[in-house]
Design a protein. Structure first.
Length: 213
């Protein structure tokens, strides 16, 4: 009998091509309030909304959340090439998968409204409200593995950010980095494997990946 495996996906920059939009939003917020310097938008990738807001004065946080949700409500959430096909193949092969994201529940509702085909396929969802410690802590990925009923060492994590890759490696999963946010040179040594994206990527190719001995 084949060993049961599971897949754990980050969302933005992995499944959904949205990192550029978020960089503009948070870069603008950082500039407006004098927070975080020029690298602020990059430094917070993979961080929960609550932790991001802690960088801002308390009296402006509610307004930032309102602006963020309005921004997210108008987003189209385009999937990267090959993502839908790969998710369908996971479903057809009865391989459970979870989305593990720092996003909040409001944003996820916007996403599923825009992409209802994803809602019906995902086995489990871990949002920022479900963890006490955001990436690079592995808590989210450990919770995702628990929810899909697969030991973390038999799970494959797909990530694009430095914080997310560290979380995946610390969790004990097989970690696959995507070059959607960072160049290949920067990702070397941060994951077990590096791929450019999901176009042409298959379950058979996934099963062939493993930790270096």
């Amino acid at each position: 009998m084949k060993k049961k495996i599971g897949v754990l996906f980050d969302l933005d920059g992995v499944l959904v091509d949205s990192e550029g939009e978020y960089s503009k939003f948070w870069g603008g917020m950082g500039h407006r309030y004098g927070v975080g310097g020029e690298s602020f938008a990059a430094d917070i990738k993979g961080t929960t909304l609550g932790e991001i807001l802690n960088a801002f004065p308390e009296n402006v946080r509610d307004g930032i959340v309102m602006e963020l949700h309005e921004f997210e409500r108008s987003m189209t959430y385009p999937l990267f090439n090959g993502v839908y096909e790969f998710l369908c193949e996971l479903r057809d092969n009865c391989i459970p998968f979870a989305i593990v994201t720092s996003s909040d529940d409001v944003k996820m509702e916007y996403l599923f409204n825009a992409r209802p085909e994803i809602r019906g396929m995902v086995s489990a969802l871990v949002t920022g409200s479900m963890v006490n410690r955001s990436k690079p802590n592995p808590e989210g990925y450990l919770k995702g593995a628990e929810l899909i009923g697969v030991p973390i060492e038999d799970c494959y994590v797909f990530e694009d950010s430095m914080q997310g890759l560290e979380a995946g490696m610390r969790s004990g999963a097989v970690v696959i980095a995507l070059t959607t946010t960072n160049p290949c040179e920067k990702l070397k040594g941060k994951a077990h494997e590096i791929i450019d994206g999901f176009a042409g990527f298959t379950v058979d190719m996934l099963a062939g990946l493993s930790r270096p001995i």
